[in-house]
Design a protein around this ligand. Structure first.
Ligand SMILES: O=C(O)c1ccc[n+]([C@@H]2O[C@H](COP(=O)([O-])O)[C@@H](O)[C@H]2O)c1
Ligand SMILES: Cc1cc2nc[nH]c2cc1C
Length: 347
């Protein structure tokens, strides 16, 4: 298949930014006293193209898939956990299920390539490219055609979702390895610095994971273009999220990043279409050490630092009230003028 990537335009409108800043400065508070909430409000105003942004029908999208590389012992958990957790997302007992329910968020779970046959009535979207990627230590994780198919799936899924906010989540045993290699290759980082404990490897496990990943990077030394790297390292859930991010960016939705793996999808999308990052809010900084490097590379400042390392979209859901508050401040907080409060003394 030929993949048509949407053009993503520059939404950083200096005139609107100035009006938003003026509106924030006019609210009844010492200048700048709402700290980084003000920068968040300004960003949300720019993405939604208004001085009075309102977030509507937030969509939590959790993409799941398996990784052939997991057979090389790069995770603390077996691949079966991927399909088992998908069932728990649907049953309502997983962290993301609880948090999405708490905030009244729609939760869409997509089987992008899980090694399990879910029943058509299980309540998830089936966009399975294959039953897991191939082992990236012996060849590319996916073909170029499979990679294009997964990206197209992500675009199609987002086209069908309502609302103006997309929150990213994922599930896939082994996917912190794929994310680490994407970061190393696309952001020119040392693989050791990009590699962490994932689901909880001990020191010996981390050393083994680093060695495996070094070998995989060497095997695919020529895979430097974003889509080549994505095909080489995987996975199907990351590629589906890349498509979701591109589509959401084209539609000018706010995109809320979760942890290391969801952010790696944004890294790939941004390598293809840099303006994607203008629509992004980094919910938190994961305990996975590569995440800080990745967010620095994208020049995104995380809202929260809670040492989360769960994925699923859990951190994005936790940050959600901050986005809602930032919008309400712009829309509902009184100004010095409207509230009859004396302005700051001029120096
Ligand atoms: O979001 C994160 O920063 C994060 C950090 C470490 C692990 N995870 C989750 O754990 C899985 C990947 O870890 P691993 O060790 O199997 O590569 C996958 O299901 C992710 O959702 C997620
Ligand atoms: C239990 C478990 C839950 C998860 N959720 C996201 N990644 C996960 C990995 C494991 C191992």
């Amino acid at each position: 298949m030929t993949l048509e990537l949407p053009p993503i335009d520059n939404i950083d409108d200096p005139a609107l930014a100035a009006r938003l800043q003026q509106r924030l400065d006019g609210k009844i508070k010492p200048l700048g006293a709402l700290g980084r909430l003000e920068a968040l409000a300004l960003r949300l105003g720019l993405v939604l193209g208004t001085e009075q942004p309102a977030l509507a029908q937030p969509q939590m999208l959790v993409c799941a898939a398996d990784h052939g590389l997991a057979a090389r012992g790069v995770s603390a958990y077996p691949s079966d956990v991927t399909w088992q957790m998908v069932q728990n997302f649907l049953a309502g007992g997983a962290a993301v299920s609880v948090l999405a329910r708490q905030h009244g968020m729609a939760l869409t779970v997509v089987d992008c390539g899980v090694r399990h046959d879910f029943s058509p009535t299980a309540g998830l979207l089936i966009r399975k490219v294959a039953a897991g990627t191939a082992d990236a230590s012996t060849g590319p994780a996916m073909s170029a055609a499979q990679c294009a198919e997964a990206i197209a799936n992500g675009m199609e899924v987002v086209r069908g979702l309502p609302g103006n906010v997309l929150l990213l989540g994922e599930m896939g045993i082994g996917n912190s390895s794929a994310a680490a290699m994407l970061l190393a290759r696309l952001a020119h980082q040392d693989i050791d610095a990009c590699t962490g404990a994932g689901t909880g490897l001990d020191a010996a496990g981390r050393a083994r994971k680093r060695e495996v990943l070094r070998g995989v990077l060497e095997l695919h030394a020529a895979a430097s273009a974003p889509l080549d790297a994505l095909a080489a390292f995987g996975g199907f859930e990351i590629a589906t999220l890349v498509g979701a991010v591109l589509q959401a960016a084209e539609e000018r939705r706010v995109i809320v990043l979760d942890g290391f793996i969801a952010s790696a999808a944004v890294l790939v999308a941004a390598a293809l279409r840099p303006q994607v990052v203008q629509r992004c809010v980094a919910a938190h900084e994961s305990a996975e050490p590569g995440h800080r490097l990745l967010l620095n590379h994208l020049r995104l400042e995380p809202l929260l630092r809670l040492n989360l390392r769960l994925g699923e979209g859990s951190g994005a859901a936790l940050a959600w009230p901050l986005l809602e508050s930032a919008c309400r401040i712009l829309r509902e907080m009184a100004s010095f003028e409207s509230a009859g409060v004396s302005q700051r003394e001029s120096p």
